[in-house]
Design a binder for this molecule. Sequence first.
Ligand code: AMP
Length: 358
Amino acid sequence: MTLYNDSETHRQKHADHKYIMTLGSHCSLQVLKGAKDEGFQTLLICEEKRVSLYKRFKFIDKLIVINNFKEILNHDFQKNLIDLYNPVMIPHGTLISSLSVDDIEKIKIPIFGNKWILRWESDRVLKQRLMIESSIGTPKQISSKNDIDGLCIVKLNGAAGGKGYFLVSDKKGFEAQSQKLIESNVIVSEDQLFIQKYANGVPVYLQFFYSPIENELELLGIDRRYETDIDALGRIPAGFQISSNFEPSYTVVGNIPIVLRESLLPEVYSMGEKFVDAAGRLVPPGMPGPFCIEGVYDNSANFIAFEFSARIVAGTNLYVSGSPYSDLIYDVPMSMGRRIALEIKKAINLSKLGLVLT
Ligand code: AMP
């Protein structure tokens, strides 16, 4: 059936998207609340174990229960969803951590944003390329454990919310820590690890939205993550940190709002614009929709970006009622979820869905 072989044809035929859907996790509440506020119907794909949570929220119109998110890859499942609801799917971190990028690229349900750029987010080599193409200051990548000289952070692939990251300052430490990950079946070999110079400073996550319809970049919020147990370190006196052999982990449990000094904002916008331009050159159709540049400000207030997310981040959950930045642009409470829905609405009205869906 052509519907499933040619998503462009499908998009033209069914430009009357009434449903916005997402997976029940990460930022789904905010996304669907925002969709509802913009007049869409909402559909949540929910794993059995979370039904009792999501049933509490009246703005969810349809709740489809499955055992495992991987089931959305099933051809008939997608066909039924399209036939019944013709939804637009909003990708988020749980989609990326639950499915492989190969699988995501094969999804036939129209996805908001550029689904091809999700590969660039998940693959460390591609990610580094896009960061460098953006000319945003980034910590040096260490290509061999033999070159570790000074404090480095070692990362796993994919969006696992900082889980499994560790710090090292020499080759011996790297080998000892990676051996632990191999023994606990987290990785198969050291080659799966990515070593980056540790950037000393305070973490700041810049939440942007780029509208290809308006050709406009918006800064909609700023946050930092609350990470256990690195953020617990300061609660233990230095002597105990040393005597207990404290090995910090970076597992995210929440987010904390931030407003920046206003004098830092010109550079923030400039970084966002450079990122959008670089994405347009390397991964057409570029960076429509939400994205986040993640890094630290050092003691000279220089921003060093260690990551990006090429889709909505969970830190935007802080701003369901708008943020200090969205309030400067919009007269209604504009969450990132609502901003996405607004863009879809504009695209439908102007027959420009091709600019925002892949
Ligand atoms: P990520 O999931 O890559 O955003 O990183 C998780 C956490 O690791 C961040 O919030 C930071 O606390 C820390 N982090 C990641 N990369 C670096 C780096 N190069 N320098 C310092 N801290 C980092």
